[in-house]
Structures are given as structure tokens and as C-alpha cells.
Design a protein around this ligand. Structure first.
Ligand code: NAD
Length: 365
């Protein structure tokens, strides 16, 4: 059955790294591994230049209908002064909101060849494979009231509201437990139940959900301790599920265990359709449009290719193929090929196209 991918390369290096994913898709299709139909749209600054908006209604519609959206990166100095509601990032936020992508998946995988590039000792990170599942549409970033008020005495008061309803906690925890079932069968739920009511509810619901997953080990951890443990002994974790704010911070900590920004993929998932079981989903590298290197052909395509591998795994259940693409990335790194951002002594530097081609050449077909 043909599966529809909607590609949104965006701005800057977004177009350069997406080109490598397009070549990979063509290779998979040509070898009968997949039957992807692709369509391409504009998002970010390029969409503003074309339509005066960060994403057109037509492209939004295509994103809503696609089996998965593959997103590059948006932004750049050219659009620094465009009106706030049509700035490049507004396209990304609109996609997340309209597709109702409430679960953000950030894996932190340490490729053996790059273990020495981590800020931590090799033995702490070698073979690391953890997944942070962050709630993306609720919590303190969106709760009301959210305001700064003048107190009239020369002072001001700022309020953000941390608010979660049980259904929001329940659905993100179910995503985490489902994913743990395909991995190491361990879930840590991180909150601050010692000082926050939202943490008390978070823990109550997480434990309740856990009862439906007798095969998965559940551990509670305070979010501050989770930050500490991530740098002390990260391999003790498999899946960590947490709220929007703590997830923002913990996923960045976990990401940096593995080295460069050019290596980090992510996925954002919505609710499963009750009839088809399919989720809306968007896959994107963690990094931005890197205007400082855009157009030079030196961007690292690995985060983008690894994001596409996540699409194979999570949207299309092509687990073996996802494993093969990830093994191809590891193989290229083992061969000593490096883009400029991860260059090491004794390795050979390669541009975006050469890295992309080498990953495809590493596949067994
Ligand atoms: P950035 O992630 O674009 O770049 C930070 C640094 O990392 C730069 O030195 C860049 O050259 C390097 N880098 C990033 N990705 C790389 C790759 N694949 N290969 C090699 N080097 C890489 O962050 P920034 O410079 O703070 O932001 C640039 C623009 O991107 C801004 O307009 C920002 O708003 C936007 N941005 C977009 C997203 C997104 O689309 N999701 C995320 C972050 C930033």
C-alpha cells in the first residue's frame, strides 16, 4: 500500500539535508523496501516569501492528510524582522498545534565511534540508548493565567500556570509504556511531586497507567534527581516520561551526552485514530537552519536521516528497516567519515552529499 510522506524542508540547511532523505527514499522505493509517495511544501521563511505566511493553508491541509510529515528546519536572519505571527517558527508551532502532537520523542543514542566526543567518559556513554518522552502541548508553557501585572508600587508580578488534567498525563504515559515495550521495558516517570500538586497528580496517573503494563517496570524519579542521574549514570535509563517543562530541560541534557547537534533526531506524535490506530506524526532534527553554514554543502545530514528512520519505526512499523538505516549511519561513522561538526583526528571530512551517499551505500541493498 502506498504511504504518503509530506516533506517540508524549510530554510537554510533544511533543504540540503532533506535532499539526502529524498535520495534515501528513492533508494528504498527502487529496491522494493517501501512504497512511499512524496509531496513537498514550504514552511518558515521560504513560505513567508511565497505566501506572506509561515505555512499556507494548502500545505497545512497536506500535512493533516499525510501519513507522516518530515520537517527540516526553519528560520534565518533574513526573516528576523517579519511580524511575530508570521515568523518562521510560527509554521512549526502551527503544525504541532493543528496535528495535536502531544508526545515529543527525543532519543539519545551514543554511536560507539563518537563516544569520545561526549563530554562524559567513554564508559558512561558507550552504547547509550535512552528515550525521553516529553509532554508537548500542556503544562506551564500554555497554562492560564500567564501574565505580568503592574502592582502599582513600582513592582511587577509574573505568573505562569503549571496545569495538567488527568487525560493529558494518561495519554503521554501510555505512549511511554507502549514504547518501553518495544525497547528495554523500563519507564521512569519524572516529576516534582515533593513540591508540586501537578506532580502529585502526574505520579498518581503514571502509576495507574503502569498497572495496565504488567510487563514494564515502573520507577518514579524526582525531576532534579533525573537531571543528576543523566550525567552520573545515564545507562540506568530506558524511557523517561515527563512534563513539558522538565522534558524540555532533561531532553537537552540527554542529547548532549551524545555530542553534536547535527546528530539528534526527534519525533512528535499525536493521538492514535480510534479506527485505524494511526497517529499523526512529524519527524524533525533537533537543530535549526544553521544560517552560518547554509549553502556551503557541509551540514551534517545524520539528524535528518535518523529522524526519517524514526518515521520508519514509529509511523510505518518498519522496525527492521529503521534498524538497518541506523546501522548504516553507525557504519559510516565507524569507517571514519565525518562531517565538519563532528570531525576528529584521523578521520576523513565529508560534505552533506558525500555523507548521505555513504549512508545509502552502507545499506545491504
Ligand atoms: P542551529 O541549530 O541552527 O545552529 C546552532 C549551531 O549548530 C550552528 O553553529 C550550526 O552551524 C550548528 N549546526 C546545527 N545543525 C547542524 C548540522 N546539521 N550540521 C552541522 N552543524 C550544525 O541554531 P541557531 O543558530 O540558534 O538558530 C538558527 C536559526 O534556526 C534561527 O532562525 C532559529 O530560530 C532557527 N531554529 C529553528 C529550529 C527548528 O526549525 N526546529 C530549531 C532551532 C533553531
Amino acid at each position: 500500500m502506498t504511504q504518503n510522506l509530506f516533506l517540508l524542508p524549510g530554510d537554510g540547511i533544511g533543504t540540503e539535508i532533506m535532499a539526502e532523505v529524498e535520495k534515501l527514499i528513492a533508494h528504498l522505493n527502487a529496491n522494493g523496501k517501501t512504497d512511499f509517495a512524496t509531496d513537498k511544501g514550504l514552511v518558515g521563511g521560504c513560505a513567508y516569501d511565497a505566501h506572506g505566511k509561515a505555512i499556507s493553508e494548502e500545505d497545512m491541509e497536506k500535512a493533516l492528510l499525510a501519513d507522516a510529515v518530515i520537517f527540516g528546519a526553519v528560520g534565518g536572519p533574513k526573516w528576523d524582522n517579519v511580524p511575530y505571527d508570521v515568523r518562521p517558527e510560527a509554521g512549526l508551532l502551527r503544525l504541532r498545534k493543528d496535528l495535536q502532537l502531544f508526545a515529543n520523542l527525543r532519543p539519545a543514542i551514543c554511536y560507539p565511534a563518537l563516544a569520545d566526543a561526549s563530554a562524559l567518559k567513554r564508559e558512561l556513554v558507550e552504547g547509550l540508548d535512552i528515550l525521553i518522552v516529553r509532554e508537548l502541548t500542556g503544562g506551564v508553557y500554555f497554562g492560564e493565567p500567564k501574565e505580568i501585572t503592574e502592582l502599582g508600587n513600582g513592582q511587577k508580578r509574573a505568573v505562569d500556570t503549571q496545569v495538567y488534567e488527568s487525560y493529558e498525563i494518561d495519554r503521554i504515559c501510555r505512549v511511554a509504556f507502549d514504547l518501553a515495550r518495544t525497547r528495554g521495558k523500563l519507564v521512569h516517570s519524572a516529576d516534582k511531586k515533593n513540591v508540586m500538586k501537578s506532580g502529585v497528580l502526574w505520579d498518581e496517573i503514571a502509576r495507574q497507567v503502569g498497572k495496565d503494563y504488567a510487563d514494564i517496570k515502573f520507577e518514579h524519579i524526582l525531576a532534579d534527581n533525573a537531571a543528576m542521574q543523566l550525567v552520573r549514570n545515564p545507562k540506568q535509563f530506558d524511557v523517561i516520561v515527563t512534563d513539558n517543562l522538565f522534558g524540555d530541560i532533561l531532553s537537552d541534557v540527554a542529547a548532549m551526552l551524545t555530542g553534536s547537534l547535527g546528530m539528534l533526531p526527534s519525533a512528535s506524535l499525536g493521538a492514535a485514530d480510534p479506527e485505524t490506530g494511526k497517529r499523526k506524526a512529524m519527524y524533525e532534527p533537533v537543530h535549526g537552519s544553521a544560517p552560518d553554514i547554509a549553502g556551503k554543502g557541509i551540514a551534517n545530514p545524520i539528524a535528518m536521516v535518523a529522524s526519517f528512520a524514526m518515521a520508519l519505526r514509529y509511523s510505518f512499523n518498519m522496525v527492521e528497516l529503521a534498524d538497518e538505516v541506523e546501522a548504516a549511519i553507525a557504519g559510516v561513522l565507524n569507517d571514519g567519515l565525518r562531517s565538519a561538526d563532528i570531525m576528529q583526528d584521523g578521520c576523513r571530512e565529508a560534505g552533506t552529499e558525500e555523507m548521505g551517499a555513504a549512508i545509502i551505500a552502507k545499506l545491504d541493498f
